[in-house]
Unconditional design. Structure first.
Length: 334
């Protein structure tokens, strides 16, 4: 990689994450996987396959990680694409930066499996991860010591953020209390019939357009469902957003999604929650996934890692006090 950004190369690659009214879903998925897959994972990250809640998942394990911290990553792809293959490299970088294991579920995709199939899969994955982490923590606690509760991070990008919010809205308090951070990259927060993103036909940025959002939403669910919080989180009731986990939203300055992200962040803060909106000047939708073209991609993930490991959101209970453990295998924890 040279010192100069290749903006055109980045945009060309990032457009592969999107699916419009002229796209063929099979071709879309094939191109996305082909262009984002990697033979070797970065930073010596180890990959294991595991089934959580009857859903196949990748578990990405960095060389050093905090033993009670685990991230569930809900990938984007316009509800109709994206996979473990496409997201392995990006999520491996996240695992290294955040010193944690990352679970990447292969949830069901639209249009063959419309709403709420993906949400059901992610709910089952979350409950299985939560249960296994609790059991593991109990088994690894010495007699007389206090058992460390699992520190779960929910991360998502694009359409995955809608699915992630639906998961949170459905969780009971005992589950939600173990979610220490939410990390959203360029989240889709309002796909409702009255959303400006849907109704303004020529609205676009360098990567996204209103056509992409309309097509994705129509394949995902009926138009009437787009007005509910489980599809459009910006429309959530106050009670659904109360006691929301500390949230970090990272996106580019040039995104058509930015106005909704600002509104969502302000709603969270108005209800007493912690939320930081991290806007990168001159950057586009999901610039973090074009690291071979953009220097900012690396810096942005560095910042996410700092937020997680140093807990800049301000919850002292999740500061790392024990040094992360060096591991070479997941077999004792899976």
């Amino acid at each position: 990689m040279t010192g100069k950004n290749d903006r055109k190369g980045a945009i060309k690659k990032l457009k592969l994450l999107t699916y419009n009214s002229k796209s063929n879903v099979d071709t879309f998925r094939e191109k996305l996987d082909a262009n984002y897959k990697t033979v070797f994972l970065p930073n010596n990250v180890e990959r294991n396959e595991y089934k959580y809640g009857n859903t196949d998942c990748d578990i990405l394990v960095p060389e050093i990680y905090s033993s009670n911290r685990i991230m569930i990553y809900i990938h984007g792809g316009c509800f109709s694409g994206g996979s473990r293959v496409a997201y392995r490299s990006f999520c491996s970088s996240l695992a290294t930066k955040c010193f944690c294991r990352v679970v990447v579920p292969e949830f069901r995709l639209s249009p063959a499996f419309p709403y709420p199939a993906a949400i059901e899969d992610i709910q089952n994955v979350f409950r299985a991860v939560f249960t296994e982490e609790q059991v593991s923590a109990s088994l690894n606690t010495q007699k007389g010591e206090k058992t460390l509760m699992p520190e779960i991070i929910i991360a998502a990008d694009g359409s995955g953020a809608s699915i992630a919010c639906a998961l949170l809205f459905n969780l009971r308090e005992r589950y939600r209390n173990c979610i220490k951070h939410i990390v959203f990259f360029s989240p889709w927060l309002d796909l409702s019939e009255n959303s400006k993103l849907i109704t303004t036909k020529k609205l676009s940025d360098e990567v996204l357009s209103s056509d992409i959002l309309r097509k994705s939403a129509s394949d995902y669910t009926f138009s009437s469902n787009t007005n509910i919080p489980y599809v459009s989180p910006l429309l959530a009731e106050d009670e659904q957003l109360t006691s929301f986990p500390p949230t970090f939203i990272q996106m580019g300055e040039k995104e058509i999604l930015l106005e909704n992200a600002r509104a969502f962040c302000e709603r969270l803060k108005s209800l007493g929650n912690k939320c930081e909106l991290d806007i990168w000047p001159d950057m586009m939708f999901m610039f973090q996934m074009a690291d071979e073209y953009l220097h900012e991609s690396h810096l942005a993930l560095d910042k996410v890692g700092k937020i997680i490991t140093e807990d800049s959101a301000g919850d002292e209970a999740v500061k790392i006090e024990n040094q992360p453990k060096l591991v070479s295998s997941l077999s004792s924890e899976a």
